[in-house]
Design a protein around this ligand. Structure first.
Ligand SMILES: C[S@@+](CC[C@H](N)C(=O)[O-])C[C@H]1O[C@@H](n2cnc3c(N)ncnc32)[C@H](O)[C@@H]1O
Length: 280
């Protein structure tokens, strides 16, 4: 055998060792309906971190999937035992793919609903009753954080699952960039879009924690991607953003004790006595 053949055999063996079978092997249509970070290996690893690691809270839960894209995480949440998923996605063609995939994979129609609308507009009028909010791949496609988190807070969900890019550094800062709204993965155009560009941000981990805390969410667990890849195998290249600290996967829980004192509910005080109305 020539040395070139030996190298290619070694390469194939290494690739075979690193190909980790996973959830999306059974749902290959998602590899066709998105142009966004949709390598099978990466999707399978994200499934372990975002869905499998949270199946205890997804079981039986009513779920909101923010920026639901082609429905991949909505379907995964249902398969993890969620009782219902609402996906909100600003690009109608992706919502069409989502509905088609749900039908293709035989998901009961009454267990999901997709809304094709900007998340900020949808959360103004949608009447949602949810236990878990999934916010995957969205927080770096907006700069409207106070509006976003206050709307999420009003949903009164117990858990907020976050997977997001973060800016480097120890400060409480937000790195500002511009999204190109013509791109499938980027912000959808809104009232603040100038031409085709929308300002977006990537908060540092500390900045994100401050924002979460203001709205009553504490980070309950941080997914350890480095440990996971050692356990399940796979190519470290697929998750480099996570192991380099450029991306995080957090499980956040609503907890009144993390609210700053000014927002924490005060014990009900006795109503002051009503003074008799003086005759006029
Ligand atoms: C990077 S992709 C993430 C998709 C998926 N959640 C994931 O994690 O794989 C960002 C998605 O957010 C959607 N999106 C961006 N801005 C939005 C907005 N304001 N309202 C609703 N969807 C939005 C995009 O259309 C795109 O599908």
């Amino acid at each position: 055998m020539s040395s070139a053949d030996q190298t290619s055999t070694r390469g194939k063996r290494r690739a075979a060792k690193k190909a980790v079978p996973g959830f999306f092997d059974d749902y290959p249509r998602f590899l066709e309906t998105s142009r966004t970070a949709s390598s099978l290996a990466r999707l399978n690893l994200r499934h372990l971190a975002q869905i499998d690691a949270n199946k205890d809270i997804l079981k039986g839960a009513r779920v909101l999937d923010i920026a639901s894209h082609d429905g991949r995480w909505s379907l995964a949440a249902l398969k993890a035992g969620a009782s219902h998923v609402t996906g909100i996605e600003g690009r109608p063609e992706l919502v069409q793919y989502s509905n088609e995939s749900m039908q293709l994979y035989g998901i009961p129609e009454d267990s999901y609903r997709f809304v094709a609308e900007d998340i900020f507009t949808a959360l103004e009028h949608e009447d949602l009753d949810v236990d878990v909010v999934m916010c995957f791949g969205f927080l770096y496609h907006t700069l409207r954080y106070p509006e976003f988190f206050s709307k999420v807070r009003k949903l009164d969900a117990d858990y907020l699952l976050i997977d997001t890019k973060v800016a480097p550094g120890q400060g409480r800062t937000i790195r500002v960039t511009a999204d190109e709204t013509a791109r499938e993965a980027h912000a959808v155009a809104d009232a603040y879009t100038e031409g085709t560009r929308t300002l977006v941000g990537a908060p540092t981990q500390k900045a994100l924690q401050v924002m979460l805390r203001v709205y009553g969410y504490g980070v309950e667990s941080v997914h350890d991607w480095g440990r996971m890849i050692k356990q399940v195998g796979g190519s470290p290249g697929d998750i480099a953003a996570y192991t380099k600290g450029e991306r995080v996967t957090w499980r956040c829980r609503f907890d009144e004790s993390v609210l700053p004192p000014s927002l924490a509910p005060t014990p009900e005080r006795e109503a002051p006595p009503v003074s008799p109305v003086e005759p006029g």
